[in-house]
Design a protein around this ligand. Structure first.
Ligand code: PLP
Length: 397
């Protein structure tokens, strides 16, 4: 007996519109080829240049940028450098990707997940304050979708309770809060991601930034096996190059020059990419305004939203559910995603901490009604119109 063939998606004359696509230009490609031909493909001059360019981009004296092979690695290094360990608790949002929280567990510390503010989908400062215990050591706010967390509130709580702050800025390049770029806001360490679908990409990669020279030094040592000199230092130094010392059981988190070569040119385009994303987001806002949808929260006047994601929520009285809406968009040849299945619903987190959805009513309510539609620089205005028309068709028949 053969199973019936799955129903084909409704025939569409248009090609499939993926949920995300990187924009990689001739300059990135030429720089990668230059690296491949140079004889130095792992961490070296291009990674160093990318770090210097990144610090210059943030344009704040005293900030050091440390390139790593993922944001997950950067978050792990950040918490390690801050001395987080067994017996400690770290507070973060349930409404994030698991990487934000798993790094706490790498170090044997415990995670306290808290709910979001439904207006912003960002961690709720009042919920942070309510979750603090004598074991709490740090807070990890996540700038969800690229809209800045109320960092004034988070930093004030941290100061009052003597807590460290590590910003998960995987979505937040470039994002501002009070007119200042995320990365310069005064937390201990901020970590950016250059994963394939982020606002700039190196395929895989990340950057940890800090003003504190001791934290920077610790992250640099732990990024490469706990060695007190990196391989390129040894290669270029005037002293005999074979000698090094291991000062800690470190990790293998360095960024290759091949990846950094992409990053150097992606970074130059970051502001232009943001403008394009903001224009497309504004067009979505205009086209979707009358539909039974809650549009993404907007930043305060004068602030920059990176527009990493365009996250819609169905209103409570919408005529169809979220899953059916995603199916309808897929049938129209449009890729979508959901950001996120909150951590309190995943078996590992739910079982480890005996979490109940009822304890996260705002995240749960948002999750059940949310979908992310395509928003990236290679989209045209016609692509946005096509997505909006498919949403209209599905929601108004
Ligand atoms: C992508 C992402 C990460 C992890 O980034 P990687 O570079 O893939 O390790 C962490 N947190 C959030 C919120 C993310 O979206």
């Amino acid at each position: 007996m053969t199973a019936p063939a799955p129903a084909a998606p409704a025939a569409s004359a248009l090609p499939f519109l993926p949920f995300a696509l990187p924009e990689i230009g001739d300059e990135e490609i030429a720089e990668v080829i230059d690296t491949l031909k140079s004889g130095w493909v792992t961490t070296g001059p291009k990674a160093r240049r990318f770090e210097q360019d990144f610090a210059a981009f943030l344009d704040e004296p005293g900030i050091e940028a440390i390139a790593v092979n993922s944001a997950t690695a950067g978050l792990h290094l950040a918490l390690e450098a801050l001395g987080i360990g067994p017996g400690d608790e770290v507070i973060t949002t349930t409404h994030t990707f698991t990487a934000t929280a798993e790094v706490v567990r790498y170090l044997g510390a415990d995670v306290r997940l808290v709910d979001i503010d439904p207006a912003t989908l960002n961690i709720d400062p009042a919920a942070i304050e309510a979750a603090i215990t004598p074991r709490t050591k740090a807070i990890i706010p996540v700038h969800f979708a690229g809209l800045a967390v109320d960092m004034d509130a988070v930093l004030a709580i941290a100061r009052r309770h003597g807590l460290k702050v590590v910003e998960d800025a995987a979505h937040a390049l470039p994002t501002t809060h009070s007119g200042r770029l995320v990365g310069t806001l005064g937390s201990d360490i901020t970590v950016f991601s250059f994963y394939a679908n982020k606002t700039i990409t190196t395929g895989e990669g990340g950057m940890a930034v800090t003003r504190d020279p001791a934290l920077a030094a610790r992250m640099k040592v732990m990024r490469l096996h706990g060695i007190n000199r990196d391989a390129f230092d040894r290669f270029t130094a005037k002293v005999p190059s074979w000698y090094y010392e291991i000062v800690a059981p470190g990790f293998k988190y360095n960024l290759t020059d091949i990846a950094a070569a992409m990053g150097i040119h992606q970074l130059k385009r970051a502001q232009g990419f943001q403008q394009k994303r903001a224009q497309l987001a504004a067009l979505y806002d205009e086209l979707l305004a009358d539909l039974p949808l809650i549009l993404p929260p907007r930043p305060a006047a004068g602030e920059v939203h990176s527009w990493h994601l365009y996250v819609l929520r169905l209103t409570d009285d919408a005529p169809i559910g979220r899953d059916a809406l995603i199916e309808a968009l897929y049938a129209a040849g449009i890729g979508c995603s959901v950001h996120y299945i909150p951590l309190h619903l995943h078996p590992y987190w739910r079982e480890r901490y005996d979490l109940q959805a009822a304890d996260y009513p705002h995240s749960q309510h948002a999750y059940e009604r949310m979908l992310s539609v395509p928003l990236y620089t290679r989209m045209t205005e016609d692509d946005v119109r096509r997505v909006a028309a498919a949403l209209r068709q599905a929601l108004t028949g």
